[in-house]
Design a binder for this molecule. Structure first.
Ligand SMILES: [Zn+2]
Length: 418
């Protein structure tokens, strides 16, 4: 339930929709005759008397029409002007925290203080203080350029969480984009009415500074730029004292080499997606989380220079660890810092990592299914006791793994933020 505490204090969702009627066929003033047409069938199709078509086209001999002939259809007006596109919605529910100020909030979300009051039906700023949760309107682009039909980012971009850009376009052209400096990789999600749907994950580092960044998406010459804040997560600081023997393992070169090897693996984005929907929790029910993801860490009284990149759960040595989702094992060996290690490639840049195992049950290259045993809980490497360490990497970024067992990625979660 800790995940809920971390995550639910702020939920944001925004969606922009291009009106579907912009995609409907333009009314035709001129009809091109096909083989097999007669004036009678054409007149029936448009609900007109035959004579109306004859006179509108000055046809001398109504029996003589031919395939490819252009006939004016009376009564059909010129195509209407391009319908107005709508600036749609961006919904944010914000739980007020002690010290929050209206003008500071307004600046953060890029709106006027009066906009926030209006969205909450309040007349005066002091009334805001009696609320615990407020709605924040967030400005979005006024319209979406063709061929973009819809664009949605959900949930919010929050330190340590994974967000999704979900975009539908009318042409089968792959979008490109970036959030701040971080390039986004789009993958095809499916086709169907009204277009082609793509998604990109936004993995947000837990220490990325909370500030407004720009989401950029381009597709087939259309460019969208949308300011989107990176929101602060709520992470604590943990002070860890390592016994002397284990302290040796913190020798910087060893730590660096091992991380370098893993970074190479995480840098590979397999085009195929093996996972779909929520990840299963890798061990059974009833375990206690001893160190959540994102906790800032200080070792042996040193400065806070890192954060906990996975989620730790107390479990006795020998507890089976199960694959949270289908994938391919890409690493299964003993590492110096991380001990017994298994890395599963779930495809499209998403990896599960398990450290400190007492036993490894899989080999590199082996395909695993959801729930298949990959090893046993242990306390090998830099560990102070037997526990499960589960880490999820997306495009190399360590993100909160528990979110992956709550949200059906890659389908943008439908969060009710109204
Ligand atoms: Zn851990």
């Amino acid at each position: 339930m800790k995940w809920k505490i971390v995550f639910c204090f702020f939920v944001i969702l925004f969606a922009v929709t291009r009106p579907l009627h912009a995609q409907e066929e333009e009314p035709q003033r001129v009809y091109e005759v096909s083989a097999g047409d007669t004036l009678i069938t054409i007149a029936e199709r448009f609900g007109l008397p035959v004579e109306a078509i004859i006179s509108a086209n000055n046809l001398a001999n109504p029996d003589l029409i031919y395939a490819g002939q252009q006939l004016v259809i009376p009564g059909l007006t010129a195509p209407p002007a391009e319908p107005e596109t709508e600036a749609i919605m961006r919904l944010a529910t914000y739980r007020l925290r002690p010290g929050d100020q209206l003008d500071v909030l307004a600046r953060r979300f890029g709106v006027q203080p009066a906009d926030i009051l209006r969205a909450n039906g309040l007349a005066r700023p002091d009334q805001l203080l009696t609320e615990t949760e407020i709605r924040v309107p967030v400005k979005v682009a006024d319209s979406l350029p063709a061929p973009v039909l819809s664009l949605r980012v959900s949930p919010a971009v929050v330190q340590g969480q994974t967000g999704i850009v979900d975009i539908t376009v009318s042409k089968d052209v792959k979008p490109e984009g970036a959030y701040g400096d971080q390039p986004l990789t789009f993958f095809f999600l499916g086709d169907g009415y009204p277009g082609y749907r793509y998604f990109a994950l936004i993995p947000t580092p837990a220490l990325l500074s909370p500030e407004v960044r720009t989401l950029r998406v381009s597709v087939d010459g259309a460019e969208i730029e949308q300011p989107m804040p990176t929101l602060a997560g709520s992470y604590e600081t943990q002070h860890i004292v390592l016994p002397p023997a284990k302290g040796d393992l913190l020798e910087p070169t060893k730590v660096r080499d091992e991380l370098g090897e893993l970074r190479e693996i995480w840098g590979i984005s397999s085009p195929e997606r093996f996972w779909s929907g929520r990840f299963r929790f890798p061990i059974g029910e009833g375990y206690v989380q001893t160190s959540p993801y994102g906790t800032r860490r200080s070792y042996n009284g040193g400065p806070v220079a890192s954060f906990h990149e996975g989620s730790d759960w107390s479990a006795i040595e020998g507890t089976p660890i199960l694959a949270p989702a289908p994938g391919v094992v890409v690493l299964a060996e003993d590492l110096i810092v991380r001990g017994g290690a298994v890395v599963i490639d779930h495809g499209q840049g998403v990896y599960s990592n398990f450290w400190h195992l007492s036993q490894i049950d899989v080999e590199p290259g082996q395909k695993v299914g959801r729930g298949e045993q990959v090893g046993l809980v242990g306390t090998t490497g830099l560990s102070t006791g037997a526990h499960l360490h589960w880490e999820v990497r997306v495009d190399g970024v360590a993100v909160n793994p528990l979110q992956w067992s709550e949200v059906s990625f890659p389908f943008a979660p439908t969060v009710d933020a109204s």
